[in-house]
Design a protein around this ligand. Sequence first.
Ligand code: SF4
Ligand code: SF4
Length: 105
Amino acid sequence: MVDKSKIKVPKATPQDLTRLPIKMPKITIDHNKCTVPFWCKKCLQACPQLVFQCYCKHLEKLRESDPRQPGIYEVIAVRRDKCHVCNKCVEMCPENAITITLEEA
Ligand code: SF4
Ligand code: SF4
């Protein structure tokens, strides 16, 4: 039987951590396919990490923006560092507009 208290594990220094090959997912949204995100919102609802945000591109003073009109709203991945690549958003997207790939940070 091995006495675990005698096993010495070297601690990682901050320099060691900067050398780790940390991968961050690249999230691409095809805005030609995703035209009415505020009406759809499926990726926003599916993502457990709240990576996506939907914003209004064309604000008109004293006029309510119609979420069903294409090109008024746009969805962006604002917190891609939080993404754990579960692919729920990709599966839920009815337009196949989301692509997730891993890249070097
Ligand atoms: S699920 Fe797809 S189509 Fe719907 S808002 Fe998200 S990216 Fe756009
Ligand atoms: S892969 Fe998962 S965590 Fe990443 S953006 Fe999509 S739903 Fe969110």
